[in-house]
Design a protein around this ligand. Structure first.
Ligand code: ATP
Ligand code: MG
Length: 200
């Protein structure tokens, strides 16, 4: 499961848990992006916590789940992250006998036809698109756009959690509580390190 995880929140965790259960997956690997090439702008840069903090928050959030892992593959490379490179990496690491599923939100999946190297994805993975409550996907339009890619995409509805990292950051800035939106350990970590407090 890829993302900025700036910070990780319960929406990510519920989505991962749902995919884990519905597809009978052995493990979920959270892969924080070093830098998302599709997210740009001064505000994004300013608000992006360090790779160290984002990685650590995922460790804290997943420490009680033996099936949830974090990979530093993308952040270690220190270059913009393209999913195809990451897929190739895991394909090599786990070998032919392992099926990989690329888990991501439906909002992100909709932009997939424009991703670099997407025409090769079908060699390495199938896609699990988890729905977000605020986003109503245009399935027909999307399936039309990806039909030629030979890629299997499954849509999974998850229990609705209207949470986003943007909202968590915004709440921190406004002094609003984030406990129960993100694990307590993460909420405490954010406070302890003064993350996301910068004023506009
Ligand atoms: P931001 O608000 O900064 O964009 P985000 O909450 O969307 O952050 P990302 O790190 O961008 O978090 O998310 C990684 C993936 O998890 C994305 O594909 C996103 O669609 C999905 N996701 C995020 N929040 C939820 C949620 N509440 N329910 C389901 N999927 C989610
Ligand atoms: Mg997002």
């Amino acid at each position: 499961m890829g993302g900025s995880f700036n910070p990780i929140h319960n929406g990510h965790l519920v989505a991962a848990q749902e995919a884990h259960c519905k597809f009978n997956l052995e493990r979920i690997i959270f892969v924080p992006a070093y830098h998302n090439p599709y997210k740009t702008g001064e505000k994004y840069e300013r608000e992006l916590a360090s790779t160290f903090h984002r990685f650590t928050m995922i460790e804290l959030a997943t420490s009680s789940n033996p099936d949830f892992y974090v990979s530093s593959f993308e952040i270690d490379r220190q270059t913009p992250s393209y999913a195809l490179d990451t897929l190739k990496h895991f394909h090599e690491e786990f070998g032919e006998g392992t099926s990989l599923y690329f888990i991501t939100g439906t909002d992100a999946v909709m932009t997939m036809p424009h991703w670099q190297g997407v025409e090769e994805f079908h060699k390495y993975c199938e896609v699990i698109a988890v729905t977000r409550p605020s986003y109503i996907p245009q399935y027909e339009e999307f399936l039309g756009k990806v039909a030629h890619l030979g890629l299997k995409v499954y849509f999974v509805t998850i229990p609705a959690l209207e949470i986003s990292s943007s909202d968590v950051r915004d709440r921190v800035r406004r002094g609003m509580p984030i406990r129960y939106l993100t694990p307590t350990s993460v909420a405490i970590y954010i406070e302890k390190h003064g993350l996301y407090q910068e004023q506009e």
